[in-house]
Design a protein around this ligand. Structure first.
Ligand code: DC
Length: 229
């Protein structure tokens, strides 16, 4: 069984995918973490992220592995734990350029398919239902209002839990800056030539703006039960 969850940044994909993994006994695959790992590796080597040849060469040379941790994937790159390093604002700013490089994408798609072989998986990203697993039994396109998405990202940046303390967020200037950054990243991700962010034709759309994590998961569990029947 493959459950594909696509959608823009901050729509709740990671929280929902993690919750679905524990509810349904699926392996969680965070594909964004892989593009982030390549971006981080380029930044620490001083490689210009717009230099497609250098970045794709790097993407094919480094070894990325994701292990399941209690709060999300533990990201190991060439033996070093980069879990925290891949979530910095600097990586946020540069990851869309890296994810737009076709050779980087083919290397990551190969890794995603290999790590999901013979497993029951919930995978989240931008092109899971369209490119990585077009045969997925359940496809979700998760969205939310930009202001709700920015609030969630602000909570995450401060180490909070988006399922619990959405009201305890940062100042409004910070939320506004994050919202502008998310909108710019969505534009870059959805207008790129290779595997742009877009819903698969057969995806079920869920708007998570006014919903709790459990309410979103209940809808997905119902789709999984239907697919399993
Ligand atoms: O979900 P995230 O914010 O961790 O993703 C980081 C970036 O990686 C995002 O801006 C777009 C890119 N991405 C992608 O192009 N394809 C995926 N399957 C997952 C992420």
């Amino acid at each position: 069984m493959i459950v594909a969850i696509d959608g823009p940044a901050g729509s709740g994909k990671s929280t929902v995918a993690r919750a679905m993994a524990s509810r349904e006994g699926l392996t969680y695959l965070d594909t964004g973490a892989m593009y982030r790992a390549v971006t981080d590796a380029a930044l620490i080597r001083g490689i210009d992220v717009t230099n497609s040849a250098a970045v794709s060469d790097l993407a094919n040379r480094i070894e990325i592995s994701l292990e399941n941790g209690p709060e999300g994937p533990i990201v190991i790159v060439d033996g070093a734990d980069r879990t925290k390093a891949i979530r910095t604002p600097e990586v946020d700013e540069n990851v869309s350029a890296v994810a737009a490089i076709p050779e980087v994408r083919s290397a990551m798609v190969e890794l995603q398919r290999a790590s999901s072989k013979n497993a029951d998986v919930v995978a989240e990203g931008r092109d899971i239902g369209t490119v990585v697993f077009p045969e997925a039994e359940v496809k979700i396109y998760l969205t939310a209002d930009p202001s709700a998405r920015a609030r969630r990202r602000a909570v995450q940046r401060h180490g909070g839990d988006t399922a619990k303390d959405l009201s305890a967020v940062a100042d409004s200037a910070e939320a506004a800056a994050i919202e502008a950054e998310l909108i710019a990243r969505d534009k870059a991700d959805s207008t790129r030539k290779t595997a742009p962010l877009k819903p698969a034709e057969d995806a079920v759309h869920i708007d998570s703006t006014g919903l709790t994590v459990d309410e979103v998961c209940d809808q997905i569990s119902a789709l999984i039960s239907k697919a399993r029947a």
